[in-house]
Design a protein around this ligand. Sequence first.
Ligand SMILES: COc1ccc([C@@H]2N[C@@H](C)[C@@H](O)[C@H]2O)cc1
Length: 442
Amino acid sequence: KIKLDYGPLYHGKRQDPAMKKWRENRFGQFIHWGLYSIPGGVWEGKTYGYAAEFLKASAGISTERWNGLKDEFNPTEFNGKEWASMAKAMGAKYVCLTTKHHEGFCLWPSKYTEFDIENTPYQKDLMKEFVDAYSEAGIDVYLYYSVLDWYHPDWRTKLKTMDDVEAFERFKTFTQNQLVELLERYPQVKGLWFDGTWDQCWKDNGKFSYELEVLLKEKRPGLIVNSRLRADDFGKRHRDSNGDLMGDFESGYERRLPDPRDTSVTKNDWECCMTIPENQWGYHKDWTLTHQKNTNELLEMLAQCSSQGGNFLLNFGPNGKGVFRAEEKRIAREIGEWMKTNSAAIYGSDYAGLKKQDWGYFTKNTKSGEVYMIVFNVPISYQLRVELPKHQTISKANMVGIGQELQLEKFDSNETFVLLPPKSYTSPFVIRLELKANKKSQ
Ligand SMILES: COc1ccc([C@@H]2N[C@@H](C)[C@@H](O)[C@H]2O)cc1
């Protein structure tokens, strides 16, 4: 092991109540909302296909033109309670909102910058309405914060000169002040989701990122921080120079999932964040440009994450007025419908320790020990293979919801077929397994 002064604060999975709740949540709503939500990927009549939150770069817009968007930010249709009830109906147990994306515009009234909600026609503390509404709905609130800040004069991608170093020292102080300010203003917040830490400036400041994690966790005991905050002594990120995770959960799965058979991911807590279109985090006016994931496709991702001990954070991008698209509202409703019947296989679930099969995913409820099969691919044979450890056998298998008991066919090799009634299955379904110890094999 390489000796590190600025590696992880701890090793393994946190077992305190706050982290256990994070783990039980399993399903969250990501919200990207900022000045980029106003143009929605279209500038001077031209549509840009790249991610809408990068429009400033993809359309080559000058900084002053872009920053002028703050004078148009007036989300008069924003209603925190409506947003929270849509998320609740979807079955989201936590939410993560962009407080400040790379553009540097702050959705809260910050003492440390003029580039914030206070200096817009809207003026009100939108973040307070948001945090209060979601908290009252019983949804845990997390805040996304981009360290990378295109607006701030002291941001430097690389520290080449002494001036750069002095500027970045001021920038570090500004960053720390804003983060402390967010925790003080919004005491309900459960955690911070960092982004924009890939540049050399941050890799050169592993010590600062370590001290920042310590400071924020002292300020807010139980605070949960993703793996993107930290750099170690040698600039390694997410995992330190020994390969150990820094932060409370691995957050490198962005718009991608691990291989479903990779059991190594179960060693740490982790989260996959996902867009509904192929690559739009902020609101984009034209979703027809790329593939739009459908509800069953998203449910399969949610199921896969739970089956491998990870969380699934699904992104929504409201427009500049604070309104979600019709597609997003429909998908939220359809996911919620499915969760009404099947959420026992998701909430409080973890890796079941069983061999992955082609028909779908196993999850195990950590409290009840019940094992679930979440089926997406019904085999032409209508036989769902289950391979159990020698000492275990299935005593019962029931469809969740309708409760129907399913026939079982056991093999000597301790494999079992769960037999499905031969009919058409048009949406993912869940089977609850009751396992029991095998009779002593004579
Ligand atoms: C290819 O470089 C990037 C840089 C930043 C991102 C940001 N991370 C996601 C969570 C979104 O905030 C996206 O804008 C995506 C790709």
